[in-house]
Design a protein around this ligand. Sequence first.
Ligand code: PLP
Length: 394
Amino acid sequence: MTEVFTGNFTQQEPIPEAAVEAAVRVMRHGRLHRYNVVAGETSEVALLEQEFAGFTGSRYCLAVASGGYALSTALRALQVGAGDRVLTNGFTLAPVPGAIASVGAEPVFVEVTDQLVMDLDDLQAKIGQARVLMLSHMRGHLVDMDVLMEICNAAGVQVVEDCAHTMGAAWNGQASGTQGVIGCYSTQTFKHLNSGEGGLLVTDDAEIMARATMLSGSYMLYDRHIAGAPAEAFTDIRLDTPNCSGRMDNLRAAILRPQLADLPARCQAWNERYRVLEESLRNIPGLALIERPEAEAYVMSSFQFRLPDMTQDRLQHFIQATAKRGVELKWFGAEQPTGFTSRHDSWRYAPAQNLPETDRVLACLLDLRLPLTFSLADCAQIARILADEAIKHS
Ligand SMILES: *Cc1c(COP(=O)(O)O)cnc(C)c1O
């Protein structure tokens, strides 16, 4: 019997009732703008910032319009501008090189290893080319943060962390996004919190937070933040910093706060699903799993594996065969990007760069989403189909 999976890989869970009710309350009073408060009121956005700062153990937090906006704001707050170069991963999602391009800077791509993290030897070799590294924890894989920070600190390079896939994850017990000088998160539908669009930026540096706050479009209302920089940090910054509006609104924040309270349980649910796939696929000949370092506490809302021995032709047949059986795989080796772009050579606005290791890794890398609408039995069925087709095509 050939099993067919009938689940939907892009169907997330509904918004929890408590979040729906919170959203309705905001709509009933009509004060959707974060600075539109009555006497004595603290806005939903300010409360979300306070709660997320607490969640990550950061001093300051700013909520913004998207993850990509958080990334470009981070660069602007570090005063990266036209003609500057920024180190980043050769394998990430388009908003990362896009954020670099949006400030007129140029990405310098660093190779990724077959464990899908930044190649630290290549980073060391390129470290002198920029003063900022935008490190992407692509697909939830954390590089050895101790070694990476050592390399960057020794070279005086500031690290901005793209935590779109590591919200809730940690390295040696320290929240992802707090090793570098700035951590950026996304609350877009396919990430770990869902407000449709949205982003969060954390830092312990008052001056950086003051700049980011002014950039986000704070006017002179920054004293309405409760996880914001102290007033004295704004003395010059409030007049010297352009307004590049990208605030979050109270409706999104209201939807996010109850989800944040549930996040640890949701992270656990993702990892249970991930481990079903990992365990079921561990001993399939020709199928290579991504090994997880001891120091990494991950949150895997997606699953990656490699088929390093398969020819490109057989790989394409494998992908078609699994698709016929209801298992949608994203292949990062395809000639033409579909759906979204994640490969350095798809971003033609950046100077072309030679990344043979990354190209070799991506040529055999496959990826699937694990929405929480899938049961553990669904994940077991997906694993059986993948194993069956991998063996047939090997
Ligand atoms: C989703 C994502 C972002 C930010 O995306 P937005 O859609 O702008 O919120 C950044 N980096 C990675 C790796 C992502 O997947």
